[in-house]
Design a protein around this ligand. Structure first.
Ligand SMILES: Nc1ncnc2c1ncn2[C@@H]1O[C@H](COP(=O)(O)OP(=O)(O)OP(=O)(O)O)[C@@H](O)[C@H]1O
Ligand SMILES: [Mg+2]
Length: 292
């Protein structure tokens, strides 16, 4: 299976949200990572065929998804970032309703709904109204909804936002399980989601694809560039002014900084192993403010 995004752009009146984005996706989990407003949701909506690109093409196995139409939507599962539930529907009724929209037969739907409620850990709450659910529970219902038709392509926009750690782990395991013969694209700001499941990370900035690499490659490329140094407040200020800083830890005696720099930033600086947060700061230049 191959999903090709070919020079896809989306321009709103005065704003290019996605800018000539090209990528090829195959079976596996891909994490879309980028700051707020970088175009992730816009790209995902186009991939989910709820939004038409201003230009460019999206192809599934060399066929335009626009031409595929219903055939494409049959193999697609999508959970939007702002996932709304019908407040007066119970969890099971909500899923049954979507199952019928997706064309599942009654018996098939019943089995599927039951299985998915277990999968997202909502069995006990299946008869409760979704309007009374917590944010995380609504999200889990959204995930179940996206999986109803056993999609070959699963696009989930910030699926783990608001999930507690236990449910996040459950969701990650679920993704790993189902990704063997599927294309899964998820956007997230949560580093552990990416580290543990993503085959590749797509870094997105200002509508562009900045980089596509595995987590290991990203970390390897930053080897030797991440430093830890303990300094007094004056030096901390000067270092944060000159370098990208991915962490600031203040203690009574001074400040420990995590500095990203090609060259040794300070005589006392020591090299440390990069983590994904360093990668994020490096690419998106959103270092923490030292405030010293
Ligand atoms: N319907 C719209 N009309 C006009 N501009 C829009 C519309 N939707 C999105 N945008 C703009 O497009 C840009 C990208 O938005 P998008 O929601 O795709 O970003 P994002 O990466 O998903 O951000 P976040 O991490 O906050 O979810 C933003 O500048 C946003 O203001
Ligand atoms: Mg978004």
């Amino acid at each position: 299976m191959n999903l090709t995004v070919d020079q896809v752009s989306k321009t709103y009146r005065d704003k290019t949200a996605v800018d000539r984005f090209s990528v090829e996706l195959n079976e596996g989990v891909y994490a879309l990572l980028g700051p707020n407003g970088s175009g992730k949701s816009t790209l995902m909506r186009m991939l989910a065929s709820v939004l038409k690109p201003s230009s460019g093409r999206i192809l599934l196995n060399n066929r335009d998804i626009d031409t595929l139409g219903e055939e494409y939507r049959d193999v697609l599962g999508y959970m939007p970032q702002e996932f709304g539930v019908y407040n007066s529907f119970t969890a099971e009724r909500f899923l049954r309703y979507f199952a019928s929209l997706k064309g599942l037969g009654k018996k098939e739907a019943e089995e599927k709904v039951d299985k998915l409620l277990t999968l997202v850990n909502l069995q006990e709450d299946r008869k409760r109204k979704a309007g009374k659910f917590s944010g995380g529970m609504k999200r889990r219902l959204g995930i179940a909804q996206a999986l109803l038709n056993d999609p070959k392509i699963l696009i989930v926009d910030e699926p783990t936002a608001g999930l507690d750690p236990k449910e996040r782990i459950r969701f990650r395991n679920l993704l790993s399980d189902i990704s063997k013969d599927r294309i899964v694209l998820l956007s997230t700001h949560i580093v552990s989601d990416i580290e543990l499941v993503a085959k590749e990370v797509l870094l997105m900035k200002d509508g562009f694809l900045v980089k596509k690499s595995s987590v290991d490659e990203l970390l390897n490329e930053m080897k030797g560039m991440v430093w830890r140094v303990f300094v007094d407040d004056g030096e901390a200020k000067s270092l944060t002014g000159r370098h990208q800083v991915s962490n600031v830890q203040r203690t009574g005696a001074g400040t420990t900084l995590r500095v990203i720099s090609e060259e040794k930033p300070h005589t006392h600086a020591e090299n440390v192993d990069p983590i994904l947060e360093d990668v994020y700061v490096h690419f998106f230049d959103e270092g923490v403010e030292a405030d010293v």
